[in-house]
Write a protein that binds this ligand. Sequence first.
Ligand SMILES: [Fe+2]
Length: 368
Amino acid sequence: MKYRPLLKLKKGMILGQDVLNGSGKVLMKEHRILDEEAIRNLEEWGFPGVYIDDSFTESIEIDTVIRPQIQAEALKLISNMYTTPQDKIVEKEKDKTVEEEEKRIRDMVQDIVGDITSDGDVMYNLLNLKNYDEYVYYHTLYVTMMSVHIGIRLGLSRDELNDLATAGLLHDIGRKFVDGHLQELKRPLAPEEMREIRRHVEEGTEFVGSNFHFSKDVVKAIQDHHENFDGTGYPNRLKGDKISIYARILHVADVYDALITKKPYRSEFRPADAMEYLMASDGQEFDPDIIQLFVDWVAVYPVGSEVRLSNGQTAIVEENYPHFPLRPRVRVVETGEEMDLRSDMSALSVVIVEMVKGDLFSSEMHDF
Ligand SMILES: [Fe+2]
């Protein structure tokens, strides 16, 4: 399987994976042969690209991080959580939904953390396949998966990973209680609109803290997820280790995933460029130790992506090695030969120049 940006899709290509909407519903089945209408639909739905099956990349398997059906169920749970109208504080005797919701979240967290911990020592290799209309649901899931992946490398216990995943699923739940139309604007926000959006932190903290029985650490993580390491974040301008460790992880995953996501008003960053941005802000926005784990364990050239090499050839990434983010094993498109950039002597002078993208690179920064 390989990843194809939308603009490089052609009639006759075969879809390698189900395409899901933000609520986990299948919009297009895997193995479908793409025709003009299907390509037009993918474009309309706002997907940046899809995985394609072909004989050249048949042996390349994409690690979905969690099982596809768990992914679909998680999207459904998240979209329900974020859309069901709820009062900020629910009277528990009258309303069983909060209790049921808490159980559903706890069960989902077990599934997500279970799947990721059973994966072993692998790089995080997911490319973003979100559409922008329901961006927030995919975003929430991807931030959660990436955070758990990093939490494992940090040596967190299973209980701690569960708390981290819970905070991941709920970190932006306060968006329910801020002006909805602001979140749908297809342009960068004005300062006063930004202030309104930022209230989602207080709203989310209060909602989770007063309605659920999750640990205090989960609530603190939600409260701190926009704090910056150097004390310039919000809402409390906390610094360094005063910021919850879960929040320090979520903050990096949140910004990274926002950058690599296509927005209606700007195209997505390539993962390598997003990683550059993180590294440039380490010690300021982000905890340097967390950034180091990201660099070592999150693939900037995920498996299946097409890259341009310094020798003029193009190649598909086959495997990534932890700690060697820029030296994956690749298969050269022009010759079919395999090249291990980490260990082949003949490949020592070859570097990856860039990921092949169907869109113009944008230098605009993330929104909030
Ligand atoms: Fe947030």
